[in-house]
Structures are given as structure tokens and as C-alpha cells.
Design a protein around this ligand. Structure first.
Ligand code: S3P
Length: 173
């Protein structure tokens, strides 16, 4: 693990990948890249527009391309999209090359954080609580399997960022 390059944050929507990632970048001198923002810039479309026009499958293909392109970076901390690392083809892009970190946050905290969400396409539906619970249950083992390390993410973003950096140092040894 001494050649670990980028830090890839994965986990459920609302687990704090972007906020924690920005804190890691600030503290470590890495650059921060948000995968969804990268996709929006690359396509000139909002994530919600991509879902509306190309469906989830179309979005997943674009997301896979983004993973391949972002894996070319070095010294970056990358906040992946919440679904990205639940697909084996995306895990393979980063595995062994970068450090994959799962930010583990309990479902009740996630539900609270996302209670007023108006942008995530998967959550714009009346049965959103049920959908979140099902997705969470299905994805949890996938995040764990994808990750080199699991870091508890319900603390403040700064504390979580420091915990990720500690874990990264331990992996380098
Ligand atoms: C998704 C999560 C979103 C975004 C898209 C799909 C998912 O990213 O990629 O709406 O499948 O969980 P965030 O985790 O940054 O919200």
C-alpha cells in the first residue's frame, strides 16, 4: 500500500464525502475533486438532467468514464458519487492504485441530513424513506467490500477528515 495515490471517498448520499474531502484537501495539500461536479462540467448538464434525459443507466456509463478519467489524477482526494463504488467495474478502476475509504454513517443520520433534499434524482419521490432504507441495506456491504479502510463518519467533517488521514498514514506503513 505504500504507493497509494489518490484518496477515494465512498459511501451513501449524505455521508459527507464532499465536505470531508474538502477538509482532507485543505489539511493535506491534496487537490479536491468532486465526481458529480466533474461529470456536470464534462457534460455541461446537471446530474438531474442526465437522469431525466438518459436514465440511470446512461448516467452510470458517464460515471464509469469519469472514474477512469479521474483515476489518472495523482495526489487528489476524490468524492465519488454515492452509487459509483457499488459497481465492480468502478471499484476495479481504483483498486490497488488508490486508497478507497468508506465513510460509514448510520441510516438515521443520513435520513435526517437528506430530509429536505431537492436535487438528488433518486430521492425525489413520496416513498423516499423506504427507497433510502432499501438502497442503504443493499449498498452497505458493497461499500465495505470496495473499501481498503472504513472510517466512522458521523463526527464533524474536520474530525472525520483527520481520521481518514490517520488511516491513510497507517496504510502507507
Ligand atoms: C447517487 C448519488 C449522487 C449522484 C447521483 C446518484 C447515488 O451523489 O451521483 O444522484 O446513486 O447514490 P452524492 O452521493 O454525492 O449525493
Amino acid at each position: 500500500m505504500s504507493e497509494m495515490n489518490n484518496i477515494i471517498l465512498c459511501g451513501f448520499m449524505g455521508c459527507g464525502k464532499s465536505t470531508v474531502g474538502k477538509n482532507i484537501a485543505r489539511k493535506s495539500g491534496r487537490r479536491f475533486v468532486d465526481m458529480d461536479a466533474y461529470i456536470e462540467q464534462k457534460t455541461g448538464m446537471r446530474i438531474s438532467e442526465i437522469f431525466a434525459q438518459k436514465g440511470e443507466e446512461g448516467f452510470r456509463d458517464i460515471e464509469h468514464e469519469a472514474c477512469r478519467e479521474l483515476a489518472e489524477k495523482s495526489n487528489a482526494v476524490i468524492a465519488s458519487g454515492g452509487g459509483a463504488l457499488t459497481f465492480e467495474r468502478n471499484v476495479q478502476v481504483f483498486r490497488g492504485k488508490d486508497l478507497i475509504v468508506f465513510l460509514d454513517v448510520p441510516l438515521d443520520v443520513i435520513k435526517f441530513r437528506l430530509r429536505n433534499d431537492k436535487v438528488r434524482p433518486l430521492l425525489q419521490r413520496p416513498d423516499k424513506d423506504k427507497v433510502m432504507a432499501e438502497l442503504y441495506e443493499r449498498r452497505y456491504p458493497l461499500y465495505r467490500a470496495a473499501a481498503d479502510v472504513v472510517v466512522a463518519g458521523r463526527n464533524t467533517p474536520l474530525r472525520t477528515a483527520l481520521a481518514v488521514m490517520d488511516a491513510e498514514k497507517r496504510c502507507r506503513k
